[in-house]
Design a protein around this ligand. Structure first.
Ligand code: AMP
Ligand code: MG
Length: 266
């Protein structure tokens, strides 16, 4: 399993058809889950260092089609972190107040502070996806927004935030199955939204919009196209990438101003 193969190289155009949805890394599900559990322990330790250091932050952007696995990733991967150092932001249809500002206004306000892991469950990318597919903005506006997004992300990285962007890539068949499950299982009815079927019917238009969005992959804020038909492999890959990234950020425990050996507790 080489996570690098799923990273979109800067400046390279993406054809999603060429990217796998059902990789398994040559592992069985049990092997994959066991490995993920091991890596998650390491991840929690590195997150604690990030929190203790209180200088850098990590921003994780999750984008996917409906039933693509964003919520499952939050639960199974990010759920292993200490919630005290995590800020999860769910971006919904903008409110009137949000709409009365520029599209990055509400997003910037949710950016993680030093020491934090920020998770965007949907993100500023919705402003060049659903808006584009539904004809709420024209191509010129979309292009301008993509440029604003690149500049915004550069501002965050210049300010000490590492950014990882994950597109959870599911096949149309897998999405059908998952939406069907939401109808069949009464405990999942609440997850079903009839609007998801409208988005599904616009599959190709979304593909095009996603391909343009994936063009914002930079060295500092890379996109990964995660094969997501197998939930366990999706979790494993994302965990691996987060762990590698935190190790690379190399957060340090802060130096203390006292000599611990000199301190006497009476
Ligand atoms: P869910 O993630 O299932 O709770 O759904 C949230 C909904 O909000 C989705 O249909 C998104 O497409 C929509 N949404 C999120 N951000 C935006 C945005 N900036 N503009 C329009 N719709 C959005
Ligand atoms: Mg939904």
């Amino acid at each position: 399993m080489n996570p690098d193969q799923y990273r979109v190289k800067p400046g390279k155009s993406v054809r999603l058809k060429d990217w796998h949805t059902d990789d398994d890394g040559g592992l069985s599900k049990d092997e994959g889950k066991e490995l993920t559990d091991e890596l998650l322990e390491g991840l929690a330790e590195w997150q604690e260092r990030l929190f203790a250091e209180n200088k850098q932050s990590l921003l994780i952007v999750l984008q996917a089609r409906d039933a693509g696995g964003k919520d499952g990733t939050v639960k199974h991967v990010l759920g292993a972190l200490n919630p005290n150092g995590v800020r999860i932001s769910n971006f919904k249809v903008p409110t009137d107040e949000e709409r009365a500002h520029d599209f990055l206004w509400r997003v910037h306000a949710q950016a993680p502070r030093a020491g934090q892991v920020g998770v965007f469950n949907r993100s500023h990318y919705e402003d060049v996806l659903v808006t584009r597919v539904d004809g709420l903005i024209d191509n010129k506006t979309a292009k301008a927004r993509l440029k604003h997004i690149e500049n915004f992300e550069a501002l965050l990285t210049d300010s000490g935030t590492r950014i990882l962007k994950f597109y959870l890539h599911v096949s149309p068949d897998e999405q059908r199955q998952r939406l069907q499950d939401r109808l069949t299982d009464p405990s999942k009815h609440w997850k079903f939204n009839p609007g998801d079927l409208e988005a599904r019917a616009k599959w190709d238009a979304y593909t095009e919009a996603y391909e343009a969005a994936l063009g914002t992959s930079t060295a500092a804020a890379p996109w990964y196209v995660i094969p997501a038909d197998r939930k366990w492999y999706r979790n494993l890959l994302i965990t691996r990438i987060l762990l590698n990234t935190l190790k690379d950020m190399d957060p340090q425990y802060p130096h203390v101003s006292f000599d611990p050996l000199e301190v006497e507790i009476k």
